[in-house]
Design a protein around this ligand. Structure first.
Ligand code: UT7
Length: 334
């Protein structure tokens, strides 16, 4: 007997951003920078910051997941797997997925984190799709939760304008229709380590007074090098998945790039030949929210998305990790 092919579709999406808005004007009072520099070199006008003692990425992820459950009429008991992608976990251990599950009353699922930096959402979606295709789970939540401000050095003008805090969650379920995750092209090159990392706090450089004094618990980024790799790898991965699936730029309804830098997004879209009207961009409002940026854009555009829309997503991040995903949107928003 032939097994019917199962595809993994997104059946709902919800996001959460904290209230506090850190705009370029306020940043210009913190470090030697200007609204003009940030706007032209990065494209960001403002970003959201999670304030409050004792708050972490789970305080962004949990409200996104609760809203997702509400919107999709799903009870916590129905969820059988929860995957959280984050580079800013609440703790080294246990996983942030465990904490978000607890905060949302999700008790029957098993939960774990995925660490793939800014590419985390694509890596987690591919993992969720494999669970669905293998018949191991029926209702999966993928939540991207990033309190980037927790590892941003607000004395370093070359990184602090870039990042913002956000979370976004999707519900992933099976279908036999030709919708959902149809292909992915994901990569890792560990040689990227030295260009983008947090130097201390892991098992190599354990936290010490010295690591704190050297400000090694913040994002270290060699911007110019990362920029070059981001442009070429993101556009290569996106072009590759289009070629492999016989998609021309006319077939693509939406290109959803990781919101790293407006200039990276423009260069990637240009290389792919995709018109800017089809490119989801919200970097002006939120900055780079790491793995949350792609689903944050998808959820903002959700009211415009139609069943069957062809979506190409592309990301690049620390590791290096990068890749693209070809997805057909599965529902019309009522
Ligand atoms: O999401 C994960 C992957 N990350 C990325 O994709 C980020 C990739 N990199 C970038 O987006 C860009 O490289 C940055 C936004 C980080 C930097 O932009 P850039 O155009 O590459 O600038 P740069 O580092 O080459 O610096 C140009 C100048 C320097 O001055 P000099 O040496 O030319 O006098 C910097 O000191 O701009 C200066 N600069 C600033 N000036 C005003 C750097 N940061 C600032 C600032 N305000 N905030």
């Amino acid at each position: 007997m032939l097994m019917e092919k199962k595809n993994a579709i997104i059946t709902g999406i919800a996001s959460y951003v904290p209230d506090y808005i850190l705009n370029n004007e306020e940043l210009s009072r913190m470090v030697d920078t200007t609204d003009e520099w940030i706007t032209t070199r990065i494209g960001t006008k403002e970003r959201r910051i999670l304030k409050g003692e004792g708050t972490g990425s789970s305080d962004l992820g949990a409200p996104a997941v609760k809203e997702l459950l509400r919107k999709t009429n799903t009870t916590p008991e129905e969820i059988d797997l929860m995957i959280c992608c984050t580079s800013t976990p609440d703790y080294r251990f246990p996983s942030t997925a465990s904490i978000i599950s607890e905060k949302c009353g999700i008790k029957k699922a098993y939960s774990f984190d995925i660490q793939a930096a800014c590419s985390g959402f694509l890596f987690a979606m591919q993992t969720a799709a494999a669970y669905i295709q293998g018949g191991l789970a029926k209702k999966i939540i993928v939540v991207a939760a990033e309190k980037m401000s927790s590892m941003t050095d607000y004395t370093d003008r070359s990184t602090c304008p870039i990042f913002g805090d956000a979370a976004s969650a999707v519900l992933v379920e099976p279908t036999t229709e030709n919708l959902g995750v149809l292909d992915a092209d994901l990569h890792t090159d560990g040689a990227g380590l030295t260009h983008l990392l947090m130097k201390a706090g892991g098992s190599v450089n354990v936290p010490s007074h010295e690591t704190v004094d050297r400000r090694e618990h913040f994002i270290y980024q060699e911007g110019r090098i990362v920029f070059k790799y981001a442009v070429s790898y993101m556009s290569e991965a996106a072009s590759h998945i289009m070629e492999k699936n016989n998609l021309t730029f006319n077939d693509v309804d939406w290109f959803v790039p990781h919101q790293a830098n407006q200039r990276i997004i423009d260069a990637a879209a240009h290389r792919m030949g995709i018109d800017s009207s089809k490119v989801m961009v919200n970097i002006q409002k939120y900055g780079n929210t790491s793995s949350a940026s792609i689903p944050l854009a998808l959820s903002e555009w959700e009211p415009q998305l139609k069943k069957g829309d062809t979506i190409v997503m592309a990301a690049f991040g620390a590791g290096f990790t990068w890749g693209s995903m070809y997805l057909k949107w599965a529902y019309d928003t009522k």
